[in-house]
Design a protein around this ligand. Structure first.
Ligand code: NAP
Ligand code: ZN
Ligand code: ZN
Length: 349
């Protein structure tokens, strides 16, 4: 077993605190990764506070992992020691079902193995995530970080980046399409950069106007505050695609009213409680309400390569791991520009 240092939540009420544990020795198909940086996703907060139910403790959160390969198993062919690599939201899946064989592992019929807060495929070993100095992952679930991307700014691409890339691609965001990004947080700011790079006309809808200048620098063409009632009147029936990244319960009917005939609102934010929808919000303009969850391994690699080509990384604020609980509080206040990334060197001193 490999001694590993990390940070964990001992229960839903506990702060995230130092936690030592072990990783398995790399098997023939495994890669041992020295973690350099890990992004802090709002899902880390939802899960470590058990807001979605069923959380497994102690929980080592973290699924925006980047690092360097330290060792490879005897049959690994894709990676070598020294390679710059990443791990996202899942570390395994059934590999046989209709979805896995199409590279849609996130929708695995037998459920993909989440990077933390899940059990390995043996059904009993808890998975522990990236707030730690090492991780062991099967090579088929490891991504390659292109050479021209900085490791720290690339970390959030592994969840926030792919979570926006996949629906923007699936719903054909591009030239001539009007796309709204609701919520300018970790996910939302990646949505602005990616939709702009795809050539869409990008509008941000944020709670206030205070992030406007930064959003425009990221590529937003328009910026509106949801706190201003005139926003909803002005933008009624305007968008081909609305991507809702908000982590809290908001009135989805209000945002559906912004979608034009045959357009879609795609929900990627996961509030704790259910949100009611009126039939009229959908039927009036033959609108669709959809959801989307991260992306599969091939699409995640495609996204990383796209970001390398277009020079896209996340806007980050580096934090020492000792300040993770403060980072959580600031995320909850929407006070992050725009993703915290833990420098894992601070873990070992
Ligand atoms: P985040 O950085 O906290 O961003 C969320 C943004 O939503 C905030 O910055 C804020 O933007 C807006 N917001 C927050 N509270 C709000 C409220 N009460 N009313 C209106 N707007 C509010 O979080 P994130 O990491 O981007 O994650 C967002 C959500 O997506 C979380 O629920 C997370 O669990 C989920 N998620 C889903 C997937 C997936 O695969 N579908 C993947 C990752 C994360 P403004 O300041 O601009 O208003
Ligand atoms: Zn995430
Ligand atoms: Zn499967």
């Amino acid at each position: 077993m490999i001694p590993t240092k990390g940070y964990a939540a001992a229960s839903a009420k506990a702060a995230v605190a130092p936690y030592d544990f072990t990783r398995r020795e790399p098997g023939p198909h495994d890669v041992l990764i020295d973690i350099r940086f890990c992004g802090v996703c709002h899902s880390d907060i939802h899960q470590s506070r058990d807001e979605w139910g069923g959380s497994i403790f102690p929980m080592v959160p973290g699924h925006e992992i980047v690092g360097v390969v330290a060792k490879t198993g005897g049959q690994v062919t894709k990676f070598r020691p020294g390679d710059r690599v990443g791990v996202g939201c899942f570390v395994d899946s059934c590999r046989r079902c209709h979805y896995c064989t199409q590279g849609l592992e996130q929708y695995c019929a037998e459920t993909a193995t989440q990077t933390y807060n899940a059990l390995e495929r043996d059904g009993k070993t808890p998975t522990l995530g990236g707030y730690s100095d090492k991780i062991v992952v099967d090579e088929n679930y490891v991504l390659r970080i292109p050479e021209n991307l900085p490791l720290d700014g690339a970390a959030p691409l592994l969840c926030a980046g792919i979570t926006l890339y996949s629906p923007l691609r699936h719903w054909n965001a591009g030239p001539g399409k009007k796309v709204a990004i609701v919520g300018l947080g970790g996910l939302g700011h990646m949505g602005v950069k990616l939709a702009h790079a795809f050539g869409a006309e990008v509008t941000v809808i944020s709670q206030s106007m205070r992030k406007e200048a930064e959003a425009r620098r990221m590529g937003a063409d328009h910026f509106y505050a949801s706190s201003d009632a005139a926003t909803f009147a002005k933008l009624a029936g305007h968008f081909d695609l609305v991507i809702n990244t908000v982590s809290a319960e908001i009135d989805w009917n209000q945002y559906l009213s912004l979608v034009k005939v045959d357009g879609s609102m795609v929900v990627v934010g996961v509030p704790e409680h259910q949100v009611p929808i009126a039939a009229f919000s959908l039927i009036a303009k033959r609108r669709s309400l959809s959801g989307s969850m991260i992306g599969g391994i091939p699409e995640t690699q495609e996204m990383l390569d796209f970001c390398a080509k277009h020079g896209i990384v996340s806007d980050i604020e580096i934090t020492p791991i000792q300040k993770i609980n403060e980072a959580y509080e600031r995320i909850l206040r929407s006070d992050v520009r725009y993703r915290f990334v833990i420098d894992m060197a601070t873990l070992t001193g």
